[in-house]
Design a protein around this ligand. Structure first.
Ligand code: N01
Length: 544
């Protein structure tokens, strides 16, 4: 049996791990170069994040017209997004459409988890071990494993003893979960919980939300896409995409160059009010120094505090829902009726700031000596972000060294794409890339295009292997750390820092310098003949 370029079915030019936005585009792009490619996907369908996260209310908070591929003008013209922010089912349909339209399925193996990746130095190839039991050989591996794909289930005494069903938002069942008439507990108040809570509250007899840290959210004001706007956007798609790439976040938004501190309070509030009414995470673009200056940040935070007080009728409850941290330090949430949900008679907030959960019993949760009883428990407790999915795989590079050991003191990857000692292993949206701080889809496309170019260059020069020089990697990691320390990002506990995972080294993982600076650095490196990359021939050990 042969695949692609006449290679045997268990030997490929490239193995791609994951079939979400990144894996699907990597397959399309690399196959288009004439390479034989095999994608392994743990899930039973394509979609990645949008396959697994099916909880009530799940939708993207980047606008649908921009949270989509741009590699095919025909695709972006043909596909019809129905709402400003697309729901999980709509994005999953879109990704299935992409898989069919570009005939991707024939090279994707679903329900197959990659457990190990071992680099064979003599052969200059990776041996890929999967849950199927067999091994596959590949010259290159592309890790399209996702930034937020390894769910965190907290270790709480008694969790296993809970008698009713327990659901994690990131592993939601495919069939509808009907909470009608039930008492439901939700643990966590991040983006997932904020989307799920209003809908669960409408269905359940009673909902109890367990909050350890209050979180900031701005409204989405979601709705059907305006026909005129849609027409204009599609008529100018290419130009809109170009403009977006020149912005730090990679999506269209007006970034006000003014400092929040150089205008009067009235002017500031007018700007915040305008952003609040527009909805979405563009709120943080209201002034240039919101994420870098404490005093400026406080003005943006205070405005949201006032909004929460105006929405939540019980003043004591409002105070519990008001975060006391830096806004934008944790990921800013976008909600649809989250705060107003707490005005309902069937919703209770349990504040755990000073009283963590004591234990979980067969009937519910005990906090501060009181048992809260319910029929179903929802864990909206987040992810081991950015490194979790990679570290679950036993990845061994040169000399049998393990990636998880190399990264024990924080991830180290040049541009977030490649890591020294692990030749021919590429990571899409890896730690050190802008990824989660930007519109993920264009960033993924840029990463995949870089990887495709690097593979093409390696082969064209007659080399078998490519990896970054340690000095280049160290410089990039140090640069990212320096940029991150110039922001307010270290001012809270967040998954960006890994501080939600017990024992994880506290390092700011995504590249905080913005998409244009990142693209510019990548382009400079390519122009300089892949400066900072080492190319070698496997058997002859010839390097340059
Ligand atoms: O996870 P989170 P998420 N005891 O880590 C709490 C993306 N996303 O799934 O803050 C008690 O934000 C934890 O409390 P604390 C988006 O990038 C996007 O909600 O650590 N509580 C927190 O409240 C987002 O940022 C979209 O004190 C515990 C919550 O669980 C990212 O995914 C939608 C606990 C986890 O919040 C993750 O969001 C959804 C414990 N032992 C997600 N352990 C959109 O596009 C954890 N918590 C809209």
């Amino acid at each position: 049996m042969t695949a692609g370029n006449g290679s045997t079915a268990s030997s490929f030019d490239v193995v791609v791990v994951g079939a979400g936005f990144a894996g699907l585009y990597a397959l399309h792009r690399l196959r288009g170069m004439g390479l034989s490619v095999r994608v392994f996907e743990d899930g039973g369908g394509v979609g990645g994040t949008w396959y697994w996260n099916r909880y009530p209310g799940a939708r993207c908070d980047t606008e649908s017209l921009q949270y989509s591929y741009q590699f095919s003008e025909e695709l972006q013209q043909d596909w019809h997004w129905s709402e400003r922010y697309a729901t999980q089912p709509e994005i999953e349909r879109y990704l299935n459409h992409v898989a069919d339209r570009f005939d991707l399925r024939r090279d994707i193996k679903l329900n197959t988890r990659v457990d190990s990746l071992v680099f064979d130095e003599a052969a200059g190839r990776w041996t890929v071990g999967t849950s199927e039991g067999g091994t596959t050989s590949a010259a290159f591996c592309v890790m399209a494993t996702g930034c937020l794909s390894s769910p965190m289930t907290p270790k709480i005494e008694g969790l296993e003893s809970f008698a009713g069903p327990t659901y994690h938002t990131a592993r939601w069942p495919h069939e509808k979960v009907d909470f009608t008439g039930q008492r439901v507990g939700v643990l966590g108040t991040g983006s997932s919980a904020m989307q799920a809570v209003p809908l669960i509250a409408e269905e359940a007899a009673h909902l109890t939300v367990f909050q350890r840290t209050a979180n900031y959210a701005v409204p989405a004001w979601n709705g059907p896409l305006d026909a005129g706007y849609l027409q204009w956007f599609k008529a100018n798609y290419a130009e809109n995409r170009r403009r977006a790439k020149r912005l730090v976040s990679g999506f269209l938004c007006y970034y006000n160059p003014q400092s929040a501190l150089e205008v009067s309070q009235e002017e500031r509030d007018r700007e915040y009010e305008k952003r609040w009414r527009e909805g979405g995470i563009g709120y943080l673009g209201a002034f240039s120094d919101i994420t870098t200056n404490d005093d400026a940040n406080r003005t943006a935070a205070d405005f949201v505090h006032r909004k929460i007080r105006s929405i939540v009728k019980d003043p004591a409850l409002a105070e519990l829902l008001i975060p006391n941290s830096v806004i934008g330090c944790k990921r800013l949430c976008v909600h649809a009726g989250y705060y107003a949900t707490f005005n309902r008679d069937n919703v209770t907030l349990v504040d755990m700031k000073s009283n963590p959960i004591e234990r979980i019993t067969p009937n519910g949760v005990i906090v501060a000596g009181r048992e809260y009883r319910f029929d179903s428990l929802v864990l909206a407790t987040g992810f081991d972000a950015m490194t979790g999915a990679l570290n679950k795989i036993d990845i061994r590079g040169r000399g049998g060294d393990r990636l998880r050991d190399k990264w024990a003191d924080g991830p180290r990857a040049h541009l977030g794409l490649v890591t020294a000692g692990f030749p021919n292993l590429f990571i899409v949206a890896g730690p050190g890339s802008p990824s989660v701080l930007t519109n993920m889809v264009p960033t993924i496309e840029q990463n995949v295009d870089f990887i495709a170019g690097c593979i093409a260059h390696t082969r064209a020069q007659g080399f078998d292997a490519v990896e970054p020089a340690v000095a280049a990697e160290d410089a990039w990691v140090a640069f990212n750390d320096e940029v991150a320390h110039g922001t307010l990002r270290y001012g809270c506990s967040s998954w960006y820092l890994g501080s939600n995972v017990p024992g994880k080294k506290r390092v700011f993982m995504p590249f905080v310098g913005g998409l244009p600076a990142y693209i510019q650095r990548c382009e400079e490196i390519v122009r300089a003949g892949y400066e900072g990359f080492i190319f070698s021939r496997a058997r002859r050990g010839n390097t340059r």
